[in-house]
Design a protein around this ligand. Structure first.
Ligand code: FAD
Length: 645
């Protein structure tokens, strides 16, 4: 029997970013004994990198803002593919989640009259992002950590044990979800420094593992984003929804090569920055698509007036949703009008006084000075698209965050699908992870409480237990890369080489602009990489062994990349974060189609089309009939829109 360290809790949360911490706080506040597991050090999750802010219709800067306007913007941004119920809950609950953060100690920037300040961002009709300079994620995580500590202090006062009901297991990687019959029974993983194995037995598992960006070569994402939660869910029998939608943020650094992909926050454009090509032209005016005509300025003069008088002018086209701006930059560069290092110019130096730039964008000023020797108060930045966010994710019930068909499994934050449709608006992730992190924690706690306390080993009443045979299999899978014999007499594979080839494949063949032959080729290459990954061998032992960690992460990246490529090949239209050269138009017939990826017994990925639930009529009433007619088929349109001119 495998030697493992065993823990037992009521709820285990995998991930300590915003979604995971918010879920854990909620589960603990419901009285559940809760464990949080994270790959990195506690406090180092990806969420700390978030810069621009948290989108919430608080109406502090423009009182016209309401949840209905936020809902409308979110659906428009996602090109109406969003799960309407998630978009509704998100828009309604985001303000409460921000105010709650403030009561827990978050120090947001203020308006002149002392309210939480809100800034402009692409696709948001009103200034909506609550922020702390350009370091909002850091403050969000700091605040949630502080809340965790205060709950632990309460437990110490009550039980004499800080970790009685809330324990953090940091630098631990989960590699398998355990099941008892159909039900989830906990997780298996390894401690990164010692290499020792552990299990956490718990009837409710919340996945909050973030995104998948490390499968792409140019990305704003950190080393943690290897799609673990997506793969863990698939392997546990859940489905992934609409994985073809991957967001390429328009503005990543392009130079020097060592920092290529690092994010340049959208706040630069929200605060007045403009995009120019090598001819000095503000080219975004040439790229306003039909669905957005009427909402964006037609001239530079009008766009510039908007910053001072947003009620009487239309927004600058630099603030179109990210997919539109990323495609426009891609086109300009391909047409030979790019900057010296293959991007375009983003200029804030001629738009704001130097001291204002440093006040509003301190991290950007520091980042360019330190990494590229560029002073953004004096010269433009060079920027280009970078893989940033995955809209696709674990299919969940919108109200409870539960994964249908896998009792006890929940998902929230970037790992969950549905909320953002085909394209996420900036700022809507931090609000998403607070709203649905809380919901996942709440419903995971209710589920665990509903099972009672008796430990059982089979399906039926009581709590599910961890099957030792599953633990043995998970341990054997984890140590396999140390076994030189697995190469079967052929050359052993190096996990770093495989990773580089995977990243290049996804970048070149399933990237920002896609076509059928290239994706078919990508699938062939991925199959080859999967076969070679079974021969990946690492040296040394289990202590502090990053090569081993990568060999295990490869399983996840390859599975998730296959889902992205298969779904992208299946969807024969262009929408949001999925652009097909061979099907360049958005097709209304595809709006009501969701693509679900699941894992067949053979281990191959299957893609299935299922209907996107119809949008509730009172929510459709928030849109003009002419606008709905651009997105919905006639069968889906309310009678008023069908008769609109
Ligand atoms: P994360 O914060 O990434 O947390 C994931 C957690 O899961 C980590 O603790 C990790 O260690 C853990 N984990 C992963 N795999 C495993 C495993 N196998 N075992 C154990 N633990 C695991 N969004 C906005 O709304 N506004 C912004 O201004 C904004 N700015 C951004 C700036 C940058 C540079 C980037 C990259 C993103 C930005 N985003 C922004 C997006 C947003 O930050 C992320 O989508 C969001 O933080 C994801 O949060 P999460 O809680 O889902 O995951």
């Amino acid at each position: 029997m495998t030697e493992v360290e065993r823990h037992t809790f009521d709820v285990v949360v995998v991930g300590a970013g915003g979604a995971g911490l918010r879920a854990a706080i909620e589960a603990r506040e419901q009285g559940m004994r809760t464990a949080v597991i994270c790959k990195s050090l506690f406090g180092k999750a990806h969420t700390v990198m978030a810069e621009g802010g948290i989108a919430a219709a608080m109406g502090n800067v423009n009182s016209g803002d309401t949840w209905q306007v936020h809902f409308r913007d979110t659906m428009r941004g996602g090109k109406f593919l969003n799960h309407w119920r998630m978009a509704e809950l998100h828009a309604q609950e985001a303000p409460d989640r921000v105010w709650e953060l403030e009561t827990w100690g978050a120090l947001f920037d203020r308006t002149g009259d002392g309210r939480i300040s809100q800034r402009n961002f692409g696709g948001h009709e009103y200034p909506r992002l609550a922020h702390v300079g350009d370091r909002t994620g850091l403050e969000l995580i700091r605040t949630l950590q502080q809340k965790v500590v205060s709950l632990q202090q309460q437990d110490f006062a009550e039980y004499g044990d800080y970790e009685a009901r809330l324990r953090i297991l940091q630098e631990c990687t989960v590699t398998r979800i355990c099941k008892d019959g159909d039900r989830v029974s906990g997780v298996f993983g390894y401690v990164r420094d010692s290499g020792r194995f552990f299990t956490v037995e718990a009837p409710a598992v919340v996945l909050a593992t973030g995104g998948i960006g490390k499968s792409f070569k140019v990305t704003s994402n950190s080393w943690e984003y290897t799609g673990d939660g997506h793969a863990l869910a698939l392997l546990a029998g859940a489905s992934l929804l609409n994985m073809e939608f991957v967001q390429f943020h328009p503005t990543g650094m392009v130079w020097p090569p060592s920092v290529k992909g690092i994010l340049v926050t959208e706040s630069v454009r929200g605060d007045g920055g403009v995009l120019r090509n090598s001819d000095g032209r503000r080219f975004m005016f040439d790229y306003v698509p039909d669905v957005f005509k009427g909402q964006y300025a037609q001239s530079e003069e009008e766009a510039d007036r908007w910053y001072a008088d947003p009620d009487r002018n239309r927004r600058p086209p630099e603030l179109l949703p990210r997919d539109e701006v990323a495609r426009a930059i891609n086109t300009e560069v391909k047409a030979g009008r790019g900057s010296p290092h293959g991007g375009v110019f983003l200029d804030v130096s001629t738009r704001l006084p130097a001291e204002e730039i440093i006040r509003r964008l301190p991290s950007m000023h520091h980042q360019f000075k330190e990494l590229a020797d560029v002073d953004i108060t004096r010269e433009p930045m060079e920027v280009g698209p970078t893989c940033h966010y995955v809209m696709g994710g674990v299919a969940v019930d919108p109200d409870t965050a539960a994964a249908p068909g896998v009792p006890g499994l929940f998902a929230a934050g970037e790992v969950a699908g549905g909320m953002h449709g085909s394209n996420r608006l900036g700022g809507n992730s931090l609000s998403d992870l607070l709203v649905f992190g809380r919901r996942a924690g709440l419903h995971a706690a209710a589920y665990a409480a509903g099972l009672g306390t008796g430990l059982g080993t089979g399906p039926g009443a009581g709590r599910p237990g961890i099957d030792p045979a599953q633990v043995d299999r998970a341990a054997a899978e984890a140590v396999a890369p140390f076994d030189g014999a697995r190469a079967g007499g052929r050359a052993a594979e190096n996990p770093y080489t495989l990773h580089q080839e995977l990243q290049q494949t996804m970048n070149d063949l399933v990237g920002i602009v896609r076509r059928a032959e290239e994706m078919a080729e990508a699938l062939e290459r991925l199959a080859g990489l999967r076969e070679r990954a079974a021969r990946a061998v690492v040296e040394g032992h289990r202590q502090f062994n990053p090569g081993w960690h990568l060999a295990l992460d490869l399983r996840n990246m390859l599975l998730v990349s296959e889902c992205v490529a298969r779904a992208a090949l299946e969807r024969t239209e262009s929408r949001g974060g999925h652009t097909r050269d061979d099907h360049p138009e958005m097709d209304r017939a595809w709006r009501s189609v969701n693509l679900y990826c699941s894992l067949a017994d053979s281990g191959s990925v299957a893609v299935e089309r299922r209907p996107n639930p119809p949008i509730r009529p009172d929510l459709l009433d928030l849109f003009a009939a002419e606008e709905l007619a651009k997105y919905l088929t006639e069968a889906e349109l309310p009678a008023a829109a069908v008769t609109a001119p």
